[in-house]
Design a protein around this ligand. Structure first.
Ligand SMILES: *Cc1c(COP(=O)(O)O)cnc(C)c1O
Length: 340
């Protein structure tokens, strides 16, 4: 039976659901793994994750479509990306097919917490892995735990979408040849100071530039950028230190194949940002968040789309991708993974 939750007023916080998936890696192999009810983790005080931050994670959503199916969006891409993260952090890969099965099983077990259609709410799914055995000399752990929990979340923007004001910080997010392209907890730990500082100064987000030259746009702490040119070309920054967002890759496909727009994945100079007519952040949580204003020290850029609404092309992209996710528009083969 569906939970008695005020779906319309759900926030974006953690709410415990009954089941989580857990699998342990020991003696060089993964055990089968299972769904359990205990929401606590018990590990050594010297666990690799606690001492040297050996951990990575994923994030995706399950939701109810217009025709009342429960689906999740492109979990195969999260499985692949987590495999890439694990390899870069010297962690064992949880096999991609088993990752997808575990995501499906965890959603199924918590199906009563998947918000019904029509509230803009979803069940957020958080797969993650960490080094669990004692590690004091700096080296990879030998034992790991892979877990998936779920938590119902409300729409990212309560009370409608409002364009963001963002700034270019004096901090960097990811070093060239570093870990910017993987979903490692360490990337987030070091971004916390920059985001708290941004909020204290009245900005919603940080627009990070490439640390080597500080001339090219990279991304924010947790979302990629898309820009729209005056000729309606959809442009997204290309860099080896940007996290490959599933939402961004999906939006580029939608732009090209559903809206017939030209798309470009290329280096984007900060210098040319003032020429764009629209700018937005993209990621699983909000899908697309319009940006109204960008501040880089004494330079202020006001996007022509303004501070009241989403730009026209951004809105088309948003409506189309959301329509695909909710089963109102035919999805490309393999995008919606059916749960129930
Ligand atoms: C997770 C994440 C994104 C968004 O990726 P999605 O797959 O679209 O949710 C973007 N940037 C960073 C740094 C991230 O960690």
């Amino acid at each position: 039976m569906k939970q008695n939750i005020d779906w319309a007023n759900l926030g974006f916080g953690y709410i415990k659901t009954p089941y989580r998936f857990v699998a342990n890696f020991k003696n060089g192999e993964w055990e089968k793994g299972s769904l359990i009810e205990d929401d606590t983790v018990k590990i050594s005080e010297c666990a690799g994750v606690l001492q040297y931050a050996q951990t990575c994670f994923e994030g995706l959503k399950a939701y109810t479509t217009e025709d009342n199916r429960i689906v999740c969006f492109r979990p195969n891409l999260n499985a692949q990306r987590m495999a890439d993260s694990c390899k870069r952090l010297e962690m064992p890969v949880f096999p991609e097919e088993e990752f997808i099965n575990a995501v499906v099983d965890t959603i199924k077990a918590n199906a009563d917490f998947v918000p019904p259609y029509g509230f803009g709410a979803t069940l957020y799914i958080r797969p993650y892995m960490f080094g669990s055995n004692p590690v004091i000399g700096v080296k990879p752990a030998e034992e790991y735990q892979f877990r998936i929990f779920t938590t119902p979340v409300g729409p990212y923007f309560k009370g409608g979408i409002k364009p963001l004001t963002i700034r270019v910080p004096d901090f960097d997010r990811a070093a060239p040849h570093g870990t910017g392209h993987i979903k490692a907890g360490l990337n987030y730990a070091m971004s916390l100071h920059a985001i708290v500082d941004a909020h204290n100064k009245g900005y919603d987000e940080n627009m990070y530039l490439d640390p080597a030259t500080r001339t090219k746009v990279e991304e924010t702490g947790g979302a990629n950028f898309i820009f729209i040119t005056k000729d309606n070309v959809v442009v997204t920054p290309k860099s080896s230190s940007i996290l490959p967002s599933v939402t961004r890759r999906s939006l580029l496909y939608v732009a090209k194949h559903y809206l017939g727009l030209e798309t470009q994945e290329r280096e984007v100079l900060f210098e040319e940002v003032k020429e764009f007519k629209e700018c937005a952040l993209c990621g699983t949580a909000a899908v697309l968040s319009p940006v109204g204003k960008i501040v880089n020290h004494d330079i202020q850029i006001l996007l022509p789309s303004g501070m009241e609404r989403m730009g026209e092309v951004t809105k088309q992209l948003y409506d189309t991708l959301l329509g695909i996710q909710l089963g109102k528009i035919n999805a490309p083969e393999g995008w919606l993974k059916e749960i129930i």
